[in-house]
Design a protein around this ligand. Structure first.
Ligand code: FDA
Length: 304
């Protein structure tokens, strides 16, 4: 069992700007290539094509951290548009995932909205969907407000609801008809706003999945938890929910056999594919999250 100390150590590394800067020059190291689909557009295209050929859909995330100026946020928006261009020109079966902090939401909300509009225009032209990842609770309400404002003009945008939040049920009821990705939640949140126990989070997760599916809304169930997946399969069969009303999602490199198994059974299975030279913090967060992932890094040290 990995100690809180080790977890804290990886999270500490993820926030270290010097290491993050240095890692951009290293190329993918320490086994990161198992969970990041390359540090260039070219390598990403090869990986997505391989996944598509095996019947797996994708959503691409161009990695980026520490955006603190408008120039950096514009660069992130440019990278998102370039990713959409590649989806179109290479005929990839993929959506796009973005983070509002990368697009300047902490600098200026209207500026961030304009960056989002530019991305959504390109996505609309190409018939692609854009998902706004949900970040920590300090950005939660703002993200929902921005989504609502964007959906007045664009239908090809949705977001994520985290089952650990007490307000999640009320919020998904307000978001009926909006395509949502439902997750357990990845950040450390206060007991004032979020469930802390796995059992409570899992129960709420299933409850939200059922509510959103029964409302007829498109639902992405993003989890590596085989217990939840088994329950979802049973529920959709009992309720005769059509397979084109939902999909499963997992991260690139995680439970790949299970991903393939679901696709082979005829479920829509979408892989969240991070790529780009800014891979270090993403990889450190994955190591912090799950002890077993550390073996990736150890193998990487010895066999790369
Ligand atoms: P959890 O980590 O609770 O694991 C449950 C059980 O599943 C484990 O006890 C183990 O038995 C099994 N298991 C899990 N992972 C395994 C593995 N790799 N190998 C073998 N067994 C494994 N969060 C957020 O806050 N905002 C967001 O926008 C997103 N977006 C997002 C997209 C996608 C595609 C995914 C998959 C996840 C996210 N998340 C997220 C992260 C999410 O909130 C959550 O933190 C992680 O998915 C971990 O929770 P799980 O539901 O996967 O299972």
């Amino acid at each position: 069992m990995m100690s809180a100390l080790t977890k804290g150590f990886f999270l500490y590394l993820s926030k270290n700007r010097t290491l993050n800067r240095a890692a951009k020059k290293w190329g993918l190291k320490l086994g990161a290539s198992q969970v990041v689909a390359g540090n260039s557009m070219e390598s990403m295209i090869v990986k997505v094509r391989q996944l598509n050929e095996r019947g797996l859909l994708c959503t691409l995330d161009h990695l980026g951290e520490f955006v603190s100026s408008k120039e950096e946020a514009v660069e992130a928006a440019d990278a998102a548009v370039r990713t959409l261009d590649a989806i179109m020109s290479e005929g990839l079966n993929s959506h796009l995932s973005v983070k509002l902090t990368q697009l300047g939401v902490d600098i200026d909300i209207d500026f961030c909205l304009n960056n989002m509009r530019r991305i959504l225009e390109a996505a609309e032209k190409y018939g692609t969907f854009v998902r706004i990842d949900m970040e920590d609770y300090s950005h939660y309400k703002l993200t929902l407000d921005i989504l609502q404002s964007l959906r007045e003009t664009y239908q090809n945008v949705g977001t994520v609801i985290q089952a650990y939040l007490f307000s999640a049920e009320e919020d998904i009821k307000k978001l009926q008809g909006v395509p949502l990705r439902l997750v357990k939640g990845a950040y450390k949140e206060s007991p004032k706003v979020a469930y802390q126990q796995k059992k409570d989070i899992d129960e709420n997760f299933m409850k939200l999945i059922k509510i959103h599916l029964l409302s007829g809304s498109y639902t992405a169930i993003a989890t590596h938890d085989h217990h939840i997946i088994a329950k979802v399969k049973k529920f959709v069969a009992e309720q005769q929910i059509p397979r084109n009303q939902f999909e499963f999602q997992m991260l690139y490199g995680f439970r790949t056999e299970m991903q393939q198994g679901l696709a082979d059974e005829g479920y829509k299975m979408r892989v969240y594919v991070p790529y780009g030279s800014d891979w270090f913090a993403y990889y450190m967060r994955r190591l912090a999250e799950r002890p077993q992932n550390v073996s990736f890094a150890l193998k990487g040290l010895f066999f790369k």
